[in-house]
Write a protein that binds this ligand. Structure first.
Ligand code: SF4
Length: 371
C-alpha cells in the first residue's frame, strides 16, 4: 500500500469505520458518485478536534448548544460529506460553471486568460470538497498525465509566448508521485526560466505530511513556483499544517490562500478574521476570498453576493492589507474573474445581480435569498 492509499480514506473505508449514519449511507449510495467521496485520516482528526472545541464553546454558551454540537453541522465535516441538499439543482446552476470546456485547448489544457494557462494534472484529490466547481472530475476520468500529454502542454507554451504563468491544478496535483510532478515542473521550466508555476492544492490543509523534504527539494528546483492552497476555516490551521508551510516557505516557495465563502461554515466576520490572522501567522498570505460559483447542487453553500461584500467592508476597517484577501467572483458563462465590491454591481433586478467584467461585458449572478 502506498503512502497516499494509506492516508486517504475512500467512501468504502469511511463506511467500514462506521463514519456515516445509516441515513447518510442510504442517500449517498443511491445518489452520489462514490469515487468523489474521500477525506484523509489527518482531516478526520481536525474535524474531531473542531467538534470538541465547538462542544466546549457550546457548554459555555448554552444558547448556541443545539446548533453547534451536531456532527452534521461540523464546519470541517460538511466540507467532504455529501448532503441531501446537493440534490437540489437550480435552473441557472451548471456542471461546468466556469466554462472550462469553452476554453479547452485539449483534455487537460484550459486557456481562459491571455497570459495564463491551466493544466489539469489529475482528477484525483486527497479530499473531495462538496463545494468544488470542478465536480465533474474524479480519478477514474482524469488519470495522471502521460509524457505525451505533458509534451502537448510544453508545445503549446512554446507556440504561445505571451503565456507567463502555468497553473497546475485538477484535482490535486500533489497526489501525483514525486517523479511525475518533477517531470512536469522540469518540462515547463525547460520552456522558459521566467514562466511562473502555480500549483493549486488543498494538500497543505488536508494532508500536510505529504509536504516532506523530498517533495519540497523537488519543487524548489523549479522556482519561480508558488503554492495556492485553500484553508476555509480557522479549525483547519493546526501545528502539522504550520510545519508543512514552514518547509515550503523556508525553501523559497511562497504560499497563498484562496478561501471560499461557504454558508454555515465560514460566513461570519469573526470566523474569517480568526482564519486570516492565523494564516498570516504561519506565513500564508490570504490572497483571494471567493464568492461561491454557480456549480450544480451547491446553493446550500452560497451566500447572497452582498454578504461577502459587507463582511469585507467590516474587515477592512479592522485588519491590515497583509491579512486581508481580495474578494472575487468567477462570473458565470465564462465571464472570468472580477474583484467584488458595491461598485461592481451594475444593477440588481428580477432575481439577479448584473456585474461587469474587465472587458466591459455584463453577466448575471443570482440574487439568492439566503438567511
Ligand atoms: S481539492 Fe480543489 S479540486 Fe479537489 S475537490 Fe477540493 S476544490 Fe475541488
Amino acid at each position: 500500500m502506498t503512502f497516499l492509499e494509506h492516508e486517504i480514506l475512500t467512501y468504502q473505508k469511511l463506511k467500514e469505520l462506521s463514519f456515516f449514519t445509516k441515513e447518510e449511507i442510504s442517500y449517498i449510495e443511491s445518489n452520489f458518485n462514490l469515487e468523489r467521496i474521500a477525506t484523509t485520516t489527518f482531516y478526520l482528526q481536525l474535524a474531531a478536534n473542531s467538534a470538541k472545541s465547538r462542544k466546549s464553546i457550546s457548554t459555555n454558551t448554552p444558547k448556541e448548544n443545539s446548533s453547534k454540537s451536531s456532527s452534521a453541522e461540523n464546519p470541517l465535516r460538511r466540507q467532504f460529506v455529501p448532503s441531501v441538499q446537493e440534490l437540489k439543482i437550480l435552473d441557472y446552476e451548471k456542471t461546468d460553471p466556469l466554462c472550462d470546456k469553452k476554453f479547452s485547448i485539449s483534455d487537460r489544457i484550459i486557456h481562459r486568460y491571455r497570459d495564463r494557462v491551466l493544466f489539469i494534472a489529475t482528477g484525483q484529490c486527497a479530499l473531495y470538497c462538496r463545494h468544488c466547481f470542478r465536480r465533474y472530475l474524479d480519478k477514474t476520468q482524469v488519470k495522471a498525465p502521460t509524457k505525451a500529454e505533458i509534451k502537448t502542454l510544453t508545445d503549446y507554451l512554446k507556440a504561445n509566448k505571451n503565456i507567463r504563468e502555468v497553473l497546475i491544478s485538477g484535482g490535486d496535483p500533489l497526489v501525483l508521485d514525486n517523479s511525475l510532478l518533477e517531470y512536469l515542473c522540469k518540462s515547463i521550466r525547460e520552456v522558459s526560466k521566467n514562466i511562473v508555476i502555480r500549483i493549486g492544492t488543498r494538500v497543505p490543509v488536508v494532508l500536510p505530511s505529504r509536504i516532506d523534504s523530498a517533495l519540497v527539494n523537488n519543487l524548489q528546483k523549479y522556482r519561480p513556483l508558488y503554492i495556492f492552497t485553500q484553508f476555509n476555516h480557522s479549525d483547519e490551521v493546526a501545528e502539522q499544517n504550520s510545519e508543512a508551510i514552514d518547509l515550503l516557505v523556508k525553501s523559497g516557495i511562497p504560499v497563498f490562500n484562496q478561501t471560499v465563502l461557504l454558508r454555515g461554515i465560514n460566513n461570519l466576520k469573526d470566523q474569517l478574521k480568526e482564519l486570516f490572522y492565523k494564516l498570516v501567522s504561519i506565513s500564508v498570505k490570504p490572497y483571494y476570498f471567493f464568492q461561491g460559483d454557480i456549480a450544480a447542487g451547491t446553493s446550500h453553500f452560497r451566500t447572497n453576493l452582498m454578504q461577502g461584500i459587507e463582511i469585507m467592508e467590516e474587515l477592512k476597517t479592522e485588519m491590515s492589507s497583509l491579512s486581508l484577501p481580495l474578494l472575487a467572483v468567477d462570473l458565470p458563462d465564462g465571464g472570468g474573474k472580477i474583484m467584488l465590491d458595491r461598485n461592481s454591481i451594475v444593477k440588481r433586478e428580477n432575481g439577479f445581480y448584473y456585474l461587469k467584467n474587465s472587458e466591459g461585458k455584463v453577466f448575471k449572478y443570482p440574487d439568492e435569498n439566503q438567511e
